[in-house]
Write a protein that binds this ligand. Structure first.
Ligand SMILES: Cc1cc2nc3c(=O)[nH]c(=O)nc-3n(C[C@H](O)[C@H](O)[C@H](O)COP(=O)(O)OP(=O)(O)OC[C@H]3O[C@@H](n4cnc5c(N)ncnc54)[C@H](O)[C@@H]3O)c2cc1C
Length: 383
């Protein structure tokens, strides 16, 4: 299917590189996507491929001087078209480590990022708690400074890679010397005394997910990411870049669903004609293609802008995430409709797309919360 998005080098080569790895993953995908723990076969292919080098800066084994959002997007688009499990393993390397790339000390980066670049060390970002989701100011995990150490207590829930990660980027509330409460961030190694994981609920589209319990976890003051009370900065920087990559994953999944439905509609006949020649079915497919093509262009452009300065183009990251994830759900729903009863068969590719599309409108900024921010920006621009 024609992809209307020309890329200059090195991006065309990166897209091709990711496409080749995705093809290698295809035979493993169905089984891997049904797992809530790490699939060793998929992880081995990812490690061998070297794709994870796109998630860290070159000084620590990465591909570009700084993490390049467009490169990350191109990889996610190709991986998600084949396997949500592979996409998630790749994406979490950036999501869990980006705070170190932008705000870590040299020692933190040297300790963790080379392993992230090769995929030998898995990364995780622990923000969400049972009581705090969209509203991160509501977190209750505490950080208490005691001399040159910090003690962490709390409960993080729905954490991707919990139990599999080598380290966790953790956001906690801390009472500062001024008496005010602020949000601080820390790098917490897996295996730290007092740190344990617990199972998370099984999702409609399985995901490597768990809860993280911090029971008196003591880390050195050197484990801080940024100054006390300034932990939200690196977290927001992470979201600014990786929110666009969710858009790219949504484009990849929508494209895959569209290919499945178009193939079906070209082959199956009803009323003496292929489905694709029946007006309303053709309309579904054409609208779906328009959604995929337009959100891909928006995503790539948002990624290019984020590559220049992620914090300066937050509204474009948000627009791309909102548009592409909402479009993906629309596209997959239309594709199921085009395939009739065959779209409903459990275990089919289109059914897997249908389940996998849903979460992207909720994590890394739920659509409603993103709309609020985008609308506020719009109002400020015309005021
Ligand atoms: C597959 C998966 C993986 C995840 N991985 C991680 C991870 O690795 N690390 C991590 O920290 N978290 C992770 N999460 C959690 C995720 O970040 C949260 O689900 C997300 O932040 C939304 O929070 P919530 O689910 O508590 O929804 P809530 O915040 O309770 O929101 C519920 C609904 O209310 C709406 N809403 C909330 N506030 C407003 C508002 N002000 N105005 C209008 N509408 C509003 C939301 O849009 C949503 O529709 C993951 C979740 C999933 C599903």
């Amino acid at each position: 299917m024609t992809v209307l998005a020309r890329l200059e080098e090195p991006y065309e080569a990166i897209r091709e590189e990711a496409r080749t790895v995705a093809a290698e993953l295809e035979p493993l995908a169905e089984a891997a996507d049904a797992r809530s723990d790490v699939d060793p076969g998929v992880l081995a292919v990812l490690r061998k491929s070297g794709l994870t080098r796109y998630t860290v800066p070159a000084a620590y084994g990465g591909a570009f001087p700084a993490v390049d959002p467009l490169a990350v997007c191109l990889v996610r688009e190709q991986l998600m078209a084949v396997s949500s499990h592979a996409d998630s393993l790749f994406a979490l390397q950036g999501i869990g480590s980006f705070a170190l790339s932008v705000a870590g000390t040299e020692a933190q980066r040297r300790t963790w990022l080379p392993g992230v670049a090769t995929g030998e060390v898995l990364a995780a970002l622990a923000l969400t708690e049972p009581v705090a989701g969209s509203d991160l100011k509501g977190i209750t995990t505490t950080a208490t400074a005691t001399g040159d150490a910090v003690v962490l207590n709390g409960h993080k829930s729905f954490i991707s890679n919990a139990g599999a990660a080598g380290f966790y980027t953790v956001l906690a509330k801390e009472v500062l010397p001024t008496g005010e409460a602020g949000l601080s961030a820390f790098v917490v190694p897996a295996g730290s005394p007092g740190l344990s994981t617990a199972p998370a609920p099984e999702l409609i589209a399985p995901h490597v997910l768990g809860d993280l319990v911090l029971n008196g976890v003591t880390v050195d003051d050197a484990a801080r990411l940024g100054q006390p009370g300034h932990g939200i900065g690196p977290v927001l920087a992470t979201l600014a870049v990786f929110r666009i990559s969710v858009a790219a994953a949504a484009v990849g999944l929508a494209q895959r669903a569209l290919e499945e439905a178009a193939r079906h509609a070209a082959r199956r006949e009803q009323f003496g004609r292929p489905l694709v020649r029946l007006g309303p079915v053709a309309g579904h497919l054409a609208d779906a293609w328009a959604d995929v093509a337009s959100t891909r262009l928006l995503t790539y452009e948002a990624a290019r802008l984020a590559g220049e300065d992620p914090r300066a183009h937050l509204e474009h990251s948000s627009l791309a995430k909102l548009a592409a994830t909402e479009a993906c759900s629309r596209v997959v729903d239309r594709c199921v409709q085009v395939m009739g009863r065959w779209g409903l068969v459990a275990g089919s590719r289109i059914e897997r797309c249908y389940r996998q599309a849903r979460a992207m409108r909720i994590y890394e900024g739920a659509s409603e919360v993103i709309r609020l921010g985008v609308a506020r920006q719009l109002a400020s621009e015309v005021a």
